[in-house]
Design a protein around this ligand. Structure first.
Ligand SMILES: Cc1cc2nc3c(=O)[nH]c(=O)nc-3n(C[C@H](O)[C@H](O)[C@H](O)COP(=O)(O)OP(=O)(O)OC[C@H]3O[C@@H](n4cnc5c(N)ncnc54)[C@H](O)[C@@H]3O)c2cc1C
Length: 287
């Protein structure tokens, strides 16, 4: 049995694992190997690193964990339950641990629209706070129909020339007002351009000139894992206390899955906080 199982090998999970391993705890990382970080073309806002691709930063994290001889199981977690200890079920195995850290990020759902993949990183982004700066005084659109889409639109508003919310055939489901934005519910047929995105074509044959598109269709698989074991979820984020403990004892969550700032520095910070709290509890043998 492990002291701690960490689900996820992104910045949050790796950060937690480094602190735990250096404190001599018996740990294991389980990951399906898909981090949001791998989608980031260039990261230029992380302390001490001028420019790096997300993929490269992710690989450095994995290398750092391997250097500390932290076991990394490549598998997909399907369920977490608690009997005397946590039981983490994966597609291929079953593991037991005293503590579990969910560091599974958010599941940034993308709409199935022609041209999406083609223009990812060429005018189509998944993160307003990361990439909004590149769209200063430009006409941009946010694709989504929930609170996350409105949040992204609000982030872009002071930067971009115009921000339109495109719900892609969905009804707006928001708690906040959308009155500051043009909202178009017409289904999207295609993203078009030459090298970079230039135009959106709709199902009703109309089109819109555009210089940037932000995808913000949000649900999260981390939420499913937490919800199944009874942890409280609020607005699609796992609720934690100041030590990153969820409402389920000995179950922690950190990184993008707890909401707020979806950035590497916040994920790294929360991973460290979760690890340090668990180390303290393991050291005093808390039951
Ligand atoms: C396009 C883009 C650009 C970005 N640019 C920047 C930037 O410039 N600066 C910045 O600071 N941040 C940026 N970010 C955000 C940054 O990548 C995230 O905030 C960060 O990766 C969050 O770390 P995390 O560890 O919480 O989650 P993630 O990095 O998403 O890692 C989640 C981990 O959980 C694993 N996982 C998920 N579900 C399961 C499961 N069921 N079973 C097993 N494993 C599972 C995944 O394999 C992965 O290892 C960007 C993100 C995107 C998408």
């Amino acid at each position: 049995m492990y002291d701690v199982i960490i689900i996820g090998s992104g910045p949050a999970g790796i950060s937690a694992s480094i602190y735990l391993k250096r404190a001599q705890k018996n740990i294991c990382i389980i990951t399906d190997g898909n981090s949001a970080l791998k989608k980031a073309n260039e990261i230029e806002n992380y302390y001490g690193v001028e420019t790096i691709s997300g993929e490269e930063l992710y690989d450095i994290g994995i290398k750092q964990a391997k250097k500390l001889e932290i076991p990394i199981e490549k598998d997909e977690v399907t369920n977490i339950s608690f009997e005397e200890n946590f039981i983490v079920r994966t597609v291929n195995n079953e593991y037991q641990a005293k503590y579990v850290i969910i560091a599974t990020g958010t599941n940034r759902v993308a709409p199935k629209v022609k041209g999406l993949k083609e223009f990812e990183g060429k005018g189509i982004s998944y993160c307003a706070i990361c990439d909004g700066f590149f769209y200063k005084d430009k006409d941009v659109a946010v694709v989504g129909s929930g609170n996350y889409a409105i949040h992204e639109a609000e982030t872009l508003k002071p930067i971009a020339k115009s921000v339109t919310i495109l719900t892609n055939g969905q009804k707006i489901i928001e708690n906040r007002s959308t009155s500051d934005f043009e909202v178009d519910e017409t289904p999207i047929r295609e993203f078009r351009g030459e090298n970079v995105i230039k135009e959106i074509e709709f199902d009703n044959n109309s089109s819109k000139k555009i210089e940037g598109v932000f995808i913000a269709v949000g649900t999260a698989s981390s939420i499913d894992l937490a919800r199944k074991i009874g942890a409280v979820i609020k607005e699609n984020n796992i609720v934690t206390n100041e030590n990153m403990q969820t409402t389920v004892r000995k179950l922690y969550a950190c990184g993008d899955c707890t909401g707020g700032l979806l950035q590497v520095n916040k994920a790294v910070y929360e991973g460290a906080i979760a690890a340090l709290d668990i180390i303290k509890k393991l050291n005093i043998n808390e039951n």
